[in-house]
Design a protein around this ligand. Structure first.
Ligand SMILES: [Ca+2]
Ligand SMILES: [Ca+2]
Length: 224
């Protein structure tokens, strides 16, 4: 499709160039005839030819006046048509640009993890740097942290020994100190765990055991 559009544009440009070249040729030939008539020697002409020449000059003056008036009208129409064409092209191009931006966004990969399933993700500032992080629980590759840095998203494995089919995560400030903790249902390890940022790394503790074989669909916080 892109190649067809380019070919169509080339055809349109070639057509416009051909029309302009034809107009230029006709203009040059006609103008050379007009100037040639005024440059010729009138003194040796017969009286009837001089009279015919005067009539021709009067007619020519009328044609030039009409041409100037029509030319002004044509210039206005050409300018309006050109402006309409520019606006139309901009409208079409804006859709193409929107499609391009959407495509770019679709191709934007934050990070990848070596796993085949990741059902749980939560967003919040868990390391106190003022920027929102993403914490994710993968099927078997562990618990992951994605941080925003000036160079893009930085991926860190918080705990390799945490896994489960759902492996849900919750970011909440349950101890009320103003900082988010990470709560994770580590199903394979049969533990509901808490991770707290100590300024350098995460301290892990067990909140409660989980029953073997249970699926922990989700974690949520609530005021009881
Ligand atoms: Ca952060
Ligand atoms: Ca807290």
């Amino acid at each position: 499709m892109n190649q067809s559009i380019h070919q169509l544009m080339q055809l349109v440009l070639q057509g416009i160039a051909w029309v302009l070249k034809t107009i230029e040729l006709l203009w040059d030939w006609s103008w050379s005839q007009i100037t040639g008539m005024f440059n010729m020697s009138w003194s040796n002409l017969a009286a009837w030819k001089m009279l015919l020449g005067v009539v021709a000059i009067v007619v020519l003056a009328g044609i030039l006046v009409t041409m100037a008036r029509r030319g002004m009208e044509a210039f206005g129409k050409i300018a309006a048509a050109f402006w309409t064409m520019v606006l139309t092209m901009l409208a079409i191009v804006s859709f193409v640009v929107i499609a391009g931006v959407l495509s770019r966004g679709f191709q934007w990969v934050v990070a990848t993890v070596p796993d085949r399933l990741m059902r749980a993700m939560a967003a919040g500032d868990v390391n106190g740097d003022g920027k929102v992080d993403i914490v994710a629980g993968a099927l078997s590759s562990g618990l992951w942290l994605f941080e925003q840095t000036p160079d893009g998203w930085k991926k860190t494995q918080i705990d390799a020994a945490s896994s489960g089919f759902e492996h849900p995560v919750l970011l909440a400030d349950l101890d009320g100190d103003g900082a988010l903790e990470i709560y994770v249902a580590s199903e394979d390890q049969q533990e509901l765990r808490q991770y707290r940022w100590n300024g350098k790394t995460f301290d892990k503790s067990v909140v409660m055991p989980l029953t073997k074989g249970d699926i922990t669909w989700n974690l949520t916080d609530a005021k009881l």
